[in-house]
Design a protein around this ligand. Structure first.
Ligand code: ZN
Ligand code: ZN
Ligand code: ZN
Length: 254
């Protein structure tokens, strides 16, 4: 399994429009962060986790020419705004693109992207999406997927475990029963917004504490705001935890 971090930034992206802070002005490419998403590829499957505002740019950069399915964590714009660009894959490999998520998340997608499900006319460049609710763990294209129920402020959202790879973003609370399901994972991607606490996102120290509880071999933090400079934040972390950055690839053998 190969995982590519397509975007490691919070909802604004970094640099933030109009901001003159040191991180936004930094020339270190690891401080340039597109909106959060990841691509997971195996011999059989090419899967996205979320479809960010920057999806088109991410797909071009990483030459993503096939998408079998997209697992959606939640419907904040930074995680779904790229869905319209999926229509290209309808042409590239025919048929609808599978969109998987919690039932309440899919309802929201149906509402927000109404024009995809109730097109005013045939044709005209509308993506064809097949909404598939996730209720329980299941096997998908050779991977065992476990949905991870976490809280994003007051909103229940999903993280995903695929075999020994676990991806949780936009969490501010992970219930003990979900933490149990994360244990034994070899690689963990977890959100860490900044040093200061935030009402709907883990801070770096909160995320680090969660990651130590999970005990993955390697943890990478994502969904990062401009208050964290890559190199400086990395220096505060133990050897098995690092900030993710756009373009980071992680290989997991079986
Ligand atoms: Zn977000
Ligand atoms: Zn800034
Ligand atoms: Zn969010």
């Amino acid at each position: 399994m190969k995982v590519t971090i397509l975007g490691s930034g919070t909802s604004t992206g970094i640099p933030v429009i109009g901001c003159k802070c040191d991180v936004c002005k930094s020339t270190d490419p690891r401080n340039k962060r597109l909106r959060t998403s990841a691509c997971l590829q195996t011999e059989r499957a090419s899967i996205l986790i979320d479809c960010s505002t920057d999806f088109r740019q991410q797909a071009l950069t990483h030459e993503i020419t096939r998408v079998d399915a997209i697992f959606i964590t939640h419907t904040h714009s930074d995680h779904v705004a790229g869905l319209d660009d999926l229509r290209i894959y309808n042409y590239l490999h025919g048929g609808a693109i599978k969109i998987l998520g919690a039932p309440h998340i899919l309802e929201e997608i149906r509402r927000r992207f109404d024009y995809c499900f109730n097109p005013a006319q045939i044709g005209g460049g509308v993506p064809e999406l097949d909404l598939i609710p996730i209720e329980e763990p299941f096997d998908f294209m050779g991977l065992h997927m476990t949905p991870l129920h976490v809280m994003h402020g007051e909103i229940p959202i999903l993280g995903f475990r695929f075999d020994n790879f676990t991806y949780v973003t936009d969490a501010s609370f992970i219930p003990p029963e979900t933490l149990e399901k994360m244990k034994g994972t070899r690689v963990l991607i977890l959100n860490a917004l900044r040093y200061m606490p935030h009402s709907t996102h883990y801070s770096l120290s909160e995320a680090l504490k969660i990651s130590q509880g999970v005990g993955a071999e390697r943890t990478y933090f994502t969904h990062i705001a401009h208050q964290m400079e890559h190199e400086a934040a990395d220096r505060t972390l133990p050897p098995n935890a690092r900030l993710a950055y756009d373009g980071l690839t992680i290989e997991l053998s079986d």
